[in-house]
Design a protein around this ligand. Sequence first.
Ligand code: HEC
Ligand code: CU
Length: 406
Amino acid sequence: MADRKIVGMMALAAGGLAALASPGAQARRFYNFPTPVTPIARETLYIHDLFLSIISVLFVLSAGVVLYSIFVHRKSRGYKAATFTRPTGTKQWVLVVLPFLALSFIDYVILGIPAFHSILALADTSNPALTVRVTGSQWKWQYEYPSYGIKYTSSLSTPLDQIYGKAPRDKHFLREVDHPLVLPINEKVDIVLASDDVIHSFWVPAFGIKQDAVPGSLRETWVKIEKPGTYRGQCAELCGVGHAFMPIVVVAKTQPEFAKWVAAQKLKAAATAAAANQTFTAAQLIARGQGVYDKICAACHQPTGLGIPGAFPPIAGGHPFVAPPQMIANLVARGFYHDGKVVMGPVENHIGIVLHGIPGTPMPAFASQLSVLDIASVISFERNSFGNHAGAVVEPVQVKDVEQGK
Ligand code: HEC
Ligand SMILES: [Cu+2]
């Protein structure tokens, strides 16, 4: 009989969907969640799979009943539309109340308890073994380990040629950085998020976390990574034109490997501090500065040094630049504008601009992101490239002097 066939087909479809969505049967494929590597990610995935299986079965069952009724009780068989507007009689009341109770049970107990548990677990940042501070800024992440005195900036390392389509894209196009966040496995790491400018969002799918970094307030989340490896994520809050250029790369290491990394970072920090007192040749500074410029400044001032009319002033002196009056006034005040053209202003002002940014404009302060040597180098590069002929370069001590207000 046709009716029985339909019921059979419905059962088959329900079973198939349930098998697809059931946690055990599911291999992690490209269209699904990445393999979870933290307790939170695993719980989230479990809840997702559970929700999906139950919802799929309910969908198939209820759609099946609807389709069945439409087909079997059709007009041509002499059926007439029902006219009742509310349940009448015991049978109908049971058919209303039972599904309601069943749905409530599914929602508040079967799904509700694990969901509530994971929300509580997500918020529990107590007793971390390590705290890292993550600060979003346009358009890079800064990572700081207060207990080790380590602090560095992580920026996109995809070459500009690939971004501009002049070279083939590699596997991790726009998802590779110069200095990843390095974390130990099997330890609870408290991640304290802040922002230097607008709202960013720290999102690493394999960790099951996505937490906004909000200017003027601190947000927290935590991870306990179970497997060494490289995990990739992205800023998940539209934060300006460079939003797609601030990926997150986390390298999880075993405790001994992590300890080695910490020791190496401390040595590096000592070397950077020492470099602030050394002198370098013009060629050394300019070559180093070119690297810093391409990585950090070119996003706004452009690889050509010509800027973008109205938004980002050229670095190349002698270039006409049209911009809103306030921006022109800023440039004039610092000695970087004359006769409708951008000019190389006084070196102290140049150092000041790069150290402290231009408040109230997109020009960021780099004092906390770049070493004194990097700042000296990038300024040396800017003053001797793009057709600028300052001749002299800037040594790290000069930057230190301006920084200390000498
Ligand atoms: C997020 C975009 C952005 C980045 C990144 C950026 N700048 Fe700027 N910069 C600006 C803007 C905007 C101005 C103009 C601000 C104003 O006065 O309104 C500016 C102005 C300047 C000026 C003064 C005017 C001029 O054109 O000479 C200098 C010098 C400068 N930036 C150097 C740098 C250096 C060096 C870097 C990299 C270490 C850098 N900037 C990175 C946006 C940026
Ligand atoms: Cu962002």
